[in-house]
Design a protein around this ligand. Sequence first.
Ligand SMILES: Cc1cc2nc3c(=O)[nH]c(=O)nc-3n(C[C@H](O)[C@H](O)[C@H](O)COP(=O)(O)O)c2cc1C
Length: 216
Amino acid sequence: MSLLIFNGSPRGEKSNSDIIISWFMKDITSATTVYLKKVKQHESIIEEAKSFDQLLFVFPLYVDGMPAQVKHFFERMNQHKEVFKGKEVSFIIHSGFSEAIHSKNLEKYLYRFADIMEMKIYGVFVIPGSEGFRIMPPRMTAKKAKQVAAIGRDYQRNIPFQKEVKAALEGPLVHSKSQAAYFKIIQKLGLSNLYWDQQLKKNKAFDKRFDAPYSE
Ligand SMILES: Cc1cc2nc3c(=O)[nH]c(=O)nc-3n(C[C@H](O)[C@H](O)[C@H](O)COP(=O)(O)O)c2cc1C
């Protein structure tokens, strides 16, 4: 089996998607990763895909959907259906928000897309709460890394993934009452905004955070 991995993040090599791919690859002996942010290379990536029989797409949720370059690539794929027909495909979608519900529409879309492309779908895996992966110390992400590696192992061995691993990775559809109460406290203490405020300040946009340019 030969595996081609598509990183669909606009951040490319510096993305949370790349971290997730490294977890997936833990026990995989060989795979090739391509970066969909290089939109001009989409045609040559389609050409490259011809020699692989397993495909994995890893990308973040963007505005409840997918990043533009992923959509662009899917449209190119649709124009080259003959290249992809019969290949096995998997998707890992991850989101900034920490509830799986945000990714559920996209999950359905991906099953439909694989169906239209006449590809065999292995699984769609949802990982909420990914924004911090790049900056978290490895011990904080160790559990998720292990779960993703287990899926990678099964995928390469060509055996079905363990349903309980997928479910654990995904977590609950929405927060439980106690989790919601915990978040409220974190919010009240101003801790939930720490990372985002830091990003806004880094990009000199902190004083614009309440701007509403399109409001009446
Ligand atoms: C323009 C933009 C739109 C986003 N939209 C969503 C969204 O609708 N829902 C969500 O949960 N996270 C959203 N996020 C957060 C990303 O999914 C999250 O930060 C992810 O970890 C980024 O992964 P990457 O580093 O691989 O690009 C968005 C991020 C950006 C920059």
